[in-house]
Design a protein around this ligand. Sequence first.
Ligand code: M6R
Length: 365
Amino acid sequence: EKGEFEHFMLKEMFEQPQAIRNTIRGRLDFEMGTAVLSGLDFSERDAAQINRVLVVGCGTSMHAGMVGEYAIEEMAGVNAEVEQAAEFRYRNPIITPNDLVIAISQSGETADTLAAVREARQKGALVAGICNVVGSTIARETGRGVYLHAGPEIGVASTKAFTCQVSVMLMMALKIARTRRLAGHAGTQFARWIQRMPELVEQVLKQNDVIKAVARKYAKCDHAFFIGRGYLFPVALEGALKLKEISYVHAEGYHAAELKHGPIALLEENTPVIALLNNIPGKDKTMGNAEECKARNAPVIAVVSEGDEAVAEGFDDVIVVPDCPPAICPIPTVVALQLLAYHIAAARGCEIDQPRNLAKSVTVE
Ligand code: M6R
């Protein structure tokens, strides 16, 4: 039931602090500075032997996988790649027994992701699932994995599943990293940041009215760009996906550096650019790109870290999110973009929980 909320999507966005708490409950070991993911069912030795991680999924789940890819490479020093599940299944991927293939799927029923699981198993990889729906096909066929425990997600636009998927990916990265190069104290510090994530999300949710006001200002625009770098690149993709699916605004998520290679030609005064300028490596470069957008008369909505508000000077609007380490920052930032998309869709009178042409789970390829 939606209760006090007008839409399931809104309810599910506001459930995120609790959903993330449920995802991480009992899974962080602060003393050892690691994550305990019993469903993964591999020993420290198995983890130490992994020499490549391949993450497969579709849509929002693939975006969560991208955050995981960055975290696994950065923290564990293990080669990680993310691939659209359909692409993976059809290109005869090269797989060795020391590859870990992680399939991410909220529903656990997405046809292409399931086919990718079968392909990887057949080729002898270690396969794990990250699913929300208990007992779903992907959860069963992978045999090992981590459930989100996010509770049912009804809104077609995925919100709490994404933040919980990222939470699991970060815990997996921590676990693998602790069998490699990450020192115990650094692991403990990271585990503490994971534990703080629900609170970071709460801080963003408190700004619902501010974000709504920004959304109303741009609700009539028919095009929008989202730009970011590093951990914020997948967040830019996810922000654009949210906006296009529920508001029918043509939205593009781009790596900030890619703008100059074509899309900048589309900018004009009615095409807002949402620039992810959080205080992480790459910020200064993205700022430069955002300034280039302004110079083409595009309005810029700057998403900045708390305490670093000066970055937004000269831009049109600002959304402030809590300051946190790079790997953590997708969590609060995406919540701001979910709210932005929601309020734009609401102002446009869209059918938010059941957008046209979309189904909650895509069981045909
Ligand atoms: O159930 P899954 O996570 O496998 O679904 C994957 C995508 O179909 C899904 O994330 C889709 O992109 C959502 N509508 C995004 O909001």
